[in-house]
Write a protein that binds this ligand. Sequence first.
Ligand code: DOR
Ligand code: ZN
Length: 423
Amino acid sequence: MVIVKNGYMIDPLNNLEGKFDILIENGVITKIEESIQPFPRCEIIDATEKIVSPSFVDIHVHFRDPGQTYKEDIYTGSLAAVAGGYTTVVCMPNTTPTLDEASLIRYVIEKGEKVGLCRVLPSAAITKGRKGRELTEMALLKEAGAVYFTDDGLPVMDSFIMRKAMEYAGSIGSFVADHCEDLSLSNNGVAHEGEIAAVLGLPPLPPESEDTMVARDCILSIQTGMPVHICHISSKLSVEIVAWAKAMGAKVTAEVTPHHLYLTDDELTEFSCNAKVSPPLRNYEDIEATRWALSSGIIDCVATDHAPHAHHEKMMDIHLCPPGMVGLQFALPILLELVKKDYLDLKKMVEVMSTNPSKLIGIKPPQIKVGEKAEFTIFDPFESWEVNEETILSKSKNTPLLGRKLIGKVKYTFYNGKVVYRD
Ligand code: DOR
Ligand code: ZN
């Protein structure tokens, strides 16, 4: 038996906000009351001045398993997830080999279950080998457990194939998620086109590369009547295009990463590959646009795009190093920063990190409710901690936040009735 005492609980789905004690018996929540008397031999978790929230759901992570487990694997990825307050993650299919066959989908699910720290769900590729030419067997992949389809890391450049993919995925009750980038406009750029790229002499990557693909996908979604999800939206115009598509009644959804909500291209230096990411870090106007879009519901949820890369890869020349940064442990402090700056309230924060992403992928959102298995996160919104090689639990440490202090720390994560993370 466990009693979580004196926490400030917030559960948007049950319209609950306030100070409550929670009793957990055999992993199941059996009481939520203002004060629960401790029993002999029951564990007390003191949550005074902490927030108790349904745990978070990240629909976009790269766990690199199978094939690139020197960067991350399902065990180390799960560790980082629960330390970030997440209990559900959706793994991207840009592994080696690509997740484009049912047996590989089953591998990810089985390994996730064996690790048992959180719910690890796979997405599958839209095209075989992510080559952009031939659609995968979506029905079989869905049956095996793929929660959606994406060639993430790469766009689906061919519009006819994208249209077929949308229709096919939609017809089987699933959806496609697109990494929106017109590679011809990207033209091997590495930094957002603007002053910083010019000063540093880095090949520029114009925002139209993202915007034109977002527009194409929105138009295809309107014309086919099928859903599409926009991965890691990052530019002001892209946000405006999604707002337009939603106003037209399109089944378009969008996610934004914590790094695109928080960091600008000021992070870039000629030598620091840790700030290289796709889409690139943009400017303050873009950040402002994504923040307001998240608070107004134009952007549906936060997803980290947790993208681990090994030290030696990030030591390469900035033109050659792979894009991406780890992110699972920084989403909460970054979102709390937005709460403190009044872009969002706590309830909305929980919605964009837990409720909305759950609904998007069709799973039951975690709830703090009598009769439910304990699946929540206890965090201290004021604790400051340093991002460094020790505090990052991921196998890779690639982030421009290294050495910086963040405020807001996960203290406990409960999953499947048990404590899976304790600070
Ligand atoms: O920065 C990124 N890294 N963006 C992507 O879309 C892919 C990802 C990766 O796989 O490393
Ligand atoms: Zn990604």
